[in-house]
Design a binder for this molecule. Structure first.
Ligand code: ARG
Length: 698
């Protein structure tokens, strides 16, 4: 027992401040442990302390890798030692015990187990555990003190050399180097300890503040030496903060430009250093001058008259660069200029930014026919280009296809037009044409798509009309005069006049919105007593736009002074009277006949009415026919086209409108037609006026 105690004293004396906390030993020690014996032990060190286990005896069954019986020691759960067999005290003391140490504030645990196969009894192990102070200053290079470190039991504290004080983190030594110099119009500022090397871990800020009409001017003199990395980065740094931004960081050997005009009456000078280095720092003198307004009022503009700087009360005109405009508040229009005055505060008032011109989405109809070719995003700023095309092959683009956003914010074509292009219908070009070869009276049946502009009217009078664009048709005034104030239904895309119900998908049913009879047409006469069909023409506007297709294509209007030549061959078409088995009947199918234009003399020889008055022939008519071929009752309003319908002669023009004639039964084969070329101006003007007034309504 005496020996043990003295031994323990020598053990403990190894570390000065060790406190013995207790013992740990194998079950049954020292008589020996049994098979299947286990022991689990664990203790933690208080903060700033470490825990040690010191084994004084170890006698376990020895095995390869200690797989039979073993003592395992863990530090914070990590295995640090596995022991078995028999060890001498000296060996335990010199090689094993020093490693059985926790981290500061950490935990040690020990587990012992034996297996079943002990051949011979082993006494087991015994050790004690101690807790001792951890010396952060000596043993922990990571301790946070930037200058002096003082260890105490359970912790440490930092202190600073003369001239420094401990920062808020209680570890970093810094210097007092800040100052509020507000109100001073001149003075000097230097890095701490100037002209000696500046202090480590400095975080200085000097506040300068003068009257609002003054600005602070900084003059750097003498050495400028602020620590910089070989790569040019600032390790320590000088920064000058003004009301508009921060200048710097500055470091190395080149001082900031001097004198430095801050254009600001509030300036903060910031100097920071890290924990190392011996650089001298900086020194500066500050004073004030009047504030001046900068030469550049706003970006993307020029000021006139041009000066390097401006003083209070001076006025300039700001002109935005080409492609930039100023959006002056309160005004709806874009302008590129404004006048501004330099204030005593060095600020231009007013100060509007020059912003890039944006032409916006072009003003095009909503019907979707004229469309923009857009690849990714639509860019609509100055110099951006847009391209147009027509969404349907039944239209052609009239005008330029490319427009550029101009500096004035307008879309302009290469030719200088600001009007957007238009998609106009392709007229007079059927996709199918009859073979070169006639009753309406003496005609033949048309196939679908061969006369795709011919529209059928059933009520209140059977007649025809011609499609001239996607919203309008032309017919004879006498066909629609009874319907002028009401509405009319037309059918397109058909040849069989009985297929006008919705069951026939090819048929296009069109309702009229407005009927405009030529103002000079003499309305209100009974048809059979009428002797004057002058100006027998009317326009029909549809309630909605029609979609063109192979069976619905408009006819072209003739040139104004084209004129008609005797014997010129054209084609008339209609669903009117045709030869039946015994007498004339209304045709079910659309028929056409090729007829020739008659001479003036022939035309002047007009028929008489049933009441024996002579019909009137005017300059607004022509007459045509052929032997055995003529238009007939109920063909009225339908087209007479030139040239004659046959392959390869497109485009076709609406030259005449079936108007009147003597009854077909009389077999004179001479019909009278409205001379469309005399009305082209009226048609165009009327449509234009109507569309404009409707647009205005919206
Ligand atoms: N006025 C007739 C109609 O309303 C057209 C007569 C044409 N007559 C002629 N012989 N071409 O249908």
């Amino acid at each position: 027992m005496m020996l043990r105690l003295s031994l323990l004293l020598t053990l403990l004396s190894h570390s000065a401040n060790s406190v013995l906390l207790g013992w740990v030993e194998s079950p049954g020690y020292p008589s020996g442990y049994l098979p299947h014996a286990t022991l689990n032990w664990s203790r933690c060190a208080p903060q700033g302390h470490t825990l040690s286990i010191r084994l004084i005896h170890l006698d376990l069954e020895d095995s390869q890798g200690c797989e039979n019986d073993a003592v395992k020691v863990f530090s914070n759960g990590n295995l640090i030692s596995v022991l078995c067999g028999t060890r001498e005290f000296e060996e335990l003391q010199s090689t094993i015990n020093p490693s059985l140490l926790s981290s500061p504030g950490g935990c040690l645990s020990l587990s012992f187990h034996s297996d079943f196969s002990n051949t011979k009894r082993h006494t087991g192990f015994r050790g004690f555990y101690t807790v001792q102070d951890f010396d952060e200053c000596e043993d922990d290079p990571e301790n946070g003190c930037t200058q002096f470190c003082h260890n105490f039991i359970g912790g440490y504290h930092c202190s600073c050399q003369h001239g420094y004080h401990l920062g808020v983190d209680k570890q970093t030594c810094t210097v007092h180097c800040s100052g509020d110099l507000s109100g001073l119009n001149r003075g000097d500022i230097s890095s701490p300890s100037w002209p000696g090397s500046y202090a480590e871990n400095a975080n200085c800020h000097y506040i300068l503040s003068v009257e609002a009409h003054l600005q602070l001017e900084l003059h750097f003199s003498g050495v400028f030496d602020v620590e910089q990395s070989p790569g040019g980065q600032c390790i320590d740094a000088l920064r000058i903060e003004t009301s508009t931004g921060t200048l710097g960081p500055f470091c190395g050997h080149t001082p900031p430009p001097s004198p430095l005009l801050t254009h600001s009456h509030h300036v903060k000078i910031r100097f920071t250093s890290d924990g190392f280095g011996t650089n001298k720092g900086f020194t500066l003198h500050f004073r004030t001058t009047d504030k001046v307004c900068p030469a550049v009022v706003t970006s993307h503009s020029t000021a006139t008259p041009q000066k390097p700087e401006y003083h209070q009360g001076q006025t300039v005109t700001v002109t935005c660069d080409l492609g930039y405009v100023v959006n002056t508040p309160g005004s709806q229009t874009l302008s590129s200029q404004y006048v501004t005055t330099c204030q005593s505060t060095g600020i231009w008032t007013p100060n509007y930014p020059c912003e890039p011109v944006d032409c916006g989405f072009p003003d095009i109809p909503e019907d979707g026919i004229l469309q923009l070719v857009v690849s990714d995003n639509l860019h609509t700023q100055y110099k951006d280009q847009i391209q147009f095309n027509c969404s349907s092959k039944y239209y052609t683009l009239e005008g330029k296809d490319t427009y550029t956003c101009s500096a004035s914010g307008e879309w302009v074509s290469v030719g200088g037009e600001t009007q957007m292009p238009k998609c106009t219908p392709v007229c007079g070009r059927p996709e199918k044409e009859p073979a070169n070869t006639g009753r309406i009276l003496g005609g033949r049946n048309a196939n679908l798509g061969e006369i795709p502009w011919h529209l059928l009217i059933k009520e209140p009078n059977r007649g025809g009309a011609s499609l001239i664009n996607d919203r309008w048709a032309v017919t004879a005034a006498h066909v629609v005069e009874r319907a002028e104030e009401t509405s009319l239904r037309l059918y397109g895309g058909l040849v069989d006049g009985r297929t006008t119900s919705n069951r026939f998908s090819d048929v296009v049913v069109i309702d009229s919105e407005r009927i405009i009879i030529h103002p000079s047409y003499n309305k209100g006469m009974f048809l059979d007593k009428r002797t004057n069909f002058d100006n027998d023409i009317a326009l029909i506007r549809f309630a909605s736009r029609v979609n063109f297709g192979p069976n619905l294509i408009p006819i072209c209007l003739p040139e104004v002074n084209r004129g008609l030549v005797e014997n010129e061959q054209g084609t008339v078409s209609g669903w009117g009277m045709t030869e039946g088995r015994t007498n004339l009947v209304t045709s079910r199918m659309l028929k056409y006949a090729h007829i020739g234009v008659y001479s003036q003399n022939e035309c002047q020889n007009t028929p008489y009415t049933s009441t024996n008055s002579r019909m009137i022939f005017t300059e607004n008519m022509f007459c045509a026919g052929a032997s055995g071929k003529d238009s007939c009752q109920k063909d009225s309003g339908g087209p007479f086209i030139l040239p004659m319908l046959s392959t390869g002669r497109a485009p076709y023009y609406l030259t005449g409108i079936v108007s009147w004639g003597s009854p077909c039964e009389e077999r004179r084969f001479k019909g009278y037609y409205t001379k469309v070329e005399n009305y082209v101006e009226w048609i165009k003007e009327t449509i234009d006026k109507e569309e404009k007034s409707l647009k205005g309504e919206r």
